[in-house]
Design a protein around this ligand. Structure first.
Ligand code: FUB
Length: 456
């Protein structure tokens, strides 16, 4: 189903050159939370299930890029089963680095309290492995308010965690990032702060300017604290408030991403500065088959106003421009792509994340691939096929562009029987091109699994 719809989506997207939103086409990726580390930008997402009728989410995922166009899928290093106390709703989360460790703050339904709880996982790298840092929730009290944690480390080193729907809560984290000082802090949910007070304090029949709902993202710009959040109720838009302290009192500052026809009644934002650019991440229901419970991460570039305030940011299908070139003369994980058609990714212990569900006509696109001045001589790929296999055609500039190499992939004796195969590059290629890895073979069956490739 998803596959057929992906094809329809591509047909629509093809009308706009280089449409790249949503940024991942191999599965649904909700509630994006960016983090920059060592010159790479990572996005931590949720994972909406195919065909879901609610937010029945079971795992979190990680993607990364160094050029904002070609994204590597790092799979799912964290899931509900990573937390012995959690049994449902792997909802919005955010990761931050401190002292060489990566802390992934999540929320999930707790079988201990029966409400939503805030948990924290820790890992030694941005892509894990991660483990529950405490073996119990960091905070819970049986309430369902405890969703959507956002973490922020201030210039003085003080870390803050905030979250909540419809009330905004905070904890003052200790330096270890897995314990806190003092008790739960409740934000003042006033009209001045968010455009409307809490629902229970609103005047009947009165129209308010805006309102805080959920999905806070706490940050600081030019010495001013900014709290970005999903606003307005259902459907949601994105607004923000500012303050001179991380816990407020907040002052309503306006909408950032207005209500738009994105096919999703929720929205969830995160911002990051990366390589001299500013990026706004959010989600839409625009991947085929998607919708309110099938949401996907998208990104827009924006420029802050001179005073540090946000401009209005509109969702686009084009997304952002590449800010670098891609080096094909190294082992490239097959799950690195700017765009793909019809494919999914899986992961196992043997090879990690790999591309699967490759049918005749499916493809991977990479953008801004720099072939340099010397033409490559060989295309090598690690592949497996439990049936008859097929071929990978390596083409430049479009799916119908010049075929520079064709790798025949015979059956390897099993879907996890990996073989490294090589084909000659037959045409000269130099400079920068988009690169397409096109799967061909018998119409109908899954042709092959694909682990990595390299030009030499
Ligand atoms: O993804 C599940 C919930 O939907 C999140 O926790 C909210 O922010 C909304 O996006």
């Amino acid at each position: 189903m998803l596959k057929k719809l992906s094809i329809a989506f591509l047909a629509a997207a093809a009308m706009t050159a280089h449409a790249q939103n949503p940024i991942v086409q191999t599965c649904y990726t909700s509630d994006p939370a960016p983090m920059v580390h060592n010159d790479r930008l990572y996005v931590y997402t949720g994972h909406d299930e195919n065909g879901a009728d609610f937010f029945w989410m079971q795992e979190w995922r990680v993607y990364s890029t160094d050029d904002m166009a070609n994204w590597t899928d790092h799979g799912s290093p964290l899931a509900l089963e990573s937390f012995s106390w959690a049994d449902d709703r792997a909802w919005a989360a955010q990761t931050i680095e401190r002292n060489g460790k990566f802390y992934w703050y999540i929320c999930a339904h707790s079988k201990i309290s029966g409400g939503m709880a805030i948990g924290v996982a820790v890992g030694d790298s941005p892509t894990g492995p991660f483990r529950d840092a405490l073996g119990k929730p960091l905070f819970e009290n049986g309430s369902w308010d405890h969703i959507d944690p956002s973490v922020f480390i201030d210039d003085d080193g003080q870390a803050w965690l905030c979250w909540g729907n419809p009330q905004l809560y905070y904890l003052k984290l200790n330096e270890d990032m897995i314990s806190y000082e003092g008790g739960l802090i409740l934000a003042d949910m006033t009209e001045e702060a968010f455009g409307a007070p809490l629902m229970k304090n609103r005047e009947k029949g009165r129209k308010y300017k805006d309102s805080y709902v959920e999905g806070p993202w706490l940050t600081k710009r030019n010495g001013t604290y900014q709290l970005i959040y999903a606003a307005g109720g259902v459907p949601e838009h994105i607004s923000y408030s500012t303050a001179s302290s991380p816990t407020g009192p907040w002052k309503y500052a306006g909408e950032i991403m207005p209500l738009c026809p994105t096919n999703s009644f929720t929205n969830h934002a995160g911002v990051a500065d990366y390589k001299g650019h500013s990026y706004f991440f959010y989600h839409t229901g625009k991947l085929p088959g998607g919708g309110g419970f099938g949401r996907s991460a998208a990104v827009e570039e924006f420029t802050y106003n001179a005073d540090g305030s946000f401009p209005t940011i509109m969702p686009t299908d084009e997304g952002v421009k590449p800010i670098g070139t891609f080096n094909p003369y190294r082992r490239v994980e097959a799950e690195t792509m700017a765009f793909s058609r019809g494919l999914r990714t899986e992961q196992n212990r043997k090879v990690g994340v790999y591309v699967t569900d490759a049918h005749n006509g499916d493809y991977i696109k990479l953008r801004n691939v720099d072939f340099g001045t010397e033409t490559p001589r060989t295309f090598t790929a690690r592949v497996a096929s439990g049936l008859r296999g097929g071929a990978i055609e390596v083409r430049t500039d479009s799916i119908k562009g010049e075929m520079i190499a064709r790798l025949e992939v015979p059956g390897s004796g099993g879907w996890e029987e990996w073989k490294t195969l090589k084909a000659e590059v037959k045409s000269k290629v130099g400079g920068t091109h988009d690169l397409y890895l096109c799967f061909t073979g018998r119409k109908g069956p899954h042709l092959m699994n694909f682990d990595w490739w390299r030009l030499k």
